[in-house]
Design a protein around this ligand. Structure first.
Ligand code: FES
Length: 286
C-alpha cells in the first residue's frame, strides 16, 4: 500500500493512512458537565487543532495502555471538544485523566451532517442525553452561519435536571439566540424543577413543531429515536426530511470490526448520518 511519503500516494491514500495514525495530543481543559459526563478539550502538544472535523463526525481517543474508543467531536478554539460519559473501563480512565495529560487522537470518521441539505431551511433539533453532543456540533455551525438557516427549534430530553449536558448553552445561550426556541424535558423532576416533565416523543407531540421547509435532526437512545420517528410522521414530517446519526453503533470507525452493520450497510462507512427514508430501506435493526 502506498504511504504518505510515497510520491505515488493519492490524496485519498494519505487521508486513509492518516485516519489510522493517532496524533499525540494533550488534554487542554476538562469541564464536568454532569455527574457522569465530562467535556474534554483536546489539542496537539503545541495547542493547535489536531485536525478539522465537520458536525456529526467522530474521533478515536486512545489512553496509552488502556485502549481506545470513538466519540462525537466538535471543533472548539484550537482544540476538539469531546463529551465522554462514564460507562466502562476506557471512559473511566478518561474521567480519571487530568488537564495536561497526553493521549492519542485520530480521525475524523463518518460522513457527518450534510450541511448543503440544511441550508436555507428551518431546523428542528431533537436530542436525548449525551446525544446532544453531535447535535450541539451542528447547532454551533448553524449559529456561526446564522443567515444561512431559517427558524431553529431544539427539544432536549434528559433523565433528570442534574443530567443536563451543555447546560449553559441549553439554558442561557441558545434560548436568547436569534429565532431559536428551546424546550427541555426531564424524565424525573426534582423539587426545584419548573420545566417540562416527561419523555421527548410526548413533548414533540405537544409542541407540534412547524412543518414548512423544516428538516429534523435527531440523536439519542434507540427507544427515543423510534418513538420520536413515529410522532414526527404522525405530524406529517416525511422520512426524507428526518435525519439521525447512529454513531453509538460505531466501534472501529473504518469498516474492520463488523460491529456496526445493519443488513449490508456499514454505519461507519455509509453513515453515521442517515435520513429516515434511508433507514426504512434497511432491516429494522437500528
Ligand atoms: S465500526 Fe467497525 S466495521 Fe463499522
Amino acid at each position: 500500500m502506498a504511504n504518505s511519503l510515497d510520491p505515488a500516494a493519492t490524496a485519498d491514500d494519505v487521508k486513509r493512512i492518516n485516519a489510522l495514525l493517532p496524533v499525540k495530543a494533550k488534554i487542554l481543559r476538562i469541564t464536568q458537565e454532569t455527574p457522569d459526563v465530562k467535556l474534554f478539550s483536546i489539542s496537539t502538544l503545541d495547542e493547535q487543532l489536531p485536525f478539522p472535523v465537520s458536525p456529526g463526525q467522530l474521533v478515536m481517543l486512545s489512553v496509552f495502555g488502556m485502549g481506545e474508543a470513538i466519540f462525537a467531536a466538535s471543533a472548539g478554539e484550537n482544540c476538539l471538544e469531546v463529551a465522554v460519559k462514564r460507562v466502562g473501563i476506557l471512559t473511566e480512565a478518561l474521567h480519571e485523566a487530568k488537564a495536561g495529560q497526553t493521549m492519542g487522537i485520530r480521525g475524523p470518521y463518518g460522513n457527518g451532517f450534510s450541511l448543503d441539505i440544511f441550508q436555507g431551511r428551518n431546523l428542528l433539533f431533537i436530542a436525548g442525553g449525551i446525544g446532544l453532543a453531535p447535535v450541539r456540533s451542528l447547532i454551533k455551525h448553524v449559529l456561526n452561519h446564522r443567515k444561512d438557516f431559517g427558524h431553529l427549534q431544539l427539544i432536549g430530553g434528559f433523565r433528570s435536571p442534574k443530567d443536563l449536558v451543555f447546560k449553559r448553552e441549553l439554558t442561557e445561550i441558545w434560548p436568547v439566540s436569534e429565532d431559536f426556541d428551546v424546550a427541555i424535558t426531564v424524565d424525573k423532576a426534582e423539587e426545584d424543577w419548573r420545566g417540562h416533565v416527561g419523555y421527548v416523543p410526548d413533548l414533540v407531540k405537544k409542541l407540534k413543531p412547524q412543518l414548512d421547509e423544516t428538516a429534523c435532526i435527531l440523536c439519542g437512545p434507540p427507544v427515543m429515536l423510534k418513538n420520536t420517528f413515529n410522532v414526527l410522521e404522525e405530524l406529517a414530517f416525511s422520512p426524507e426530511n428526518i435525519y439521525t446519526t447512529l454513531e453509538m453503533r460505531m466501534k472501529c470507525g473504518i469498516g474492520q470490526c463488523g460491529r456496526c452493520n445493519i443488513g449490508s450497510c456499514y454505519v461507519c462507512l455509509d453513515g453515521p448520518v442517515f435520513s429516515l427514508a434511508q433507514l426504512r430501506a434497511l432491516p429494522d435493526e437500528y
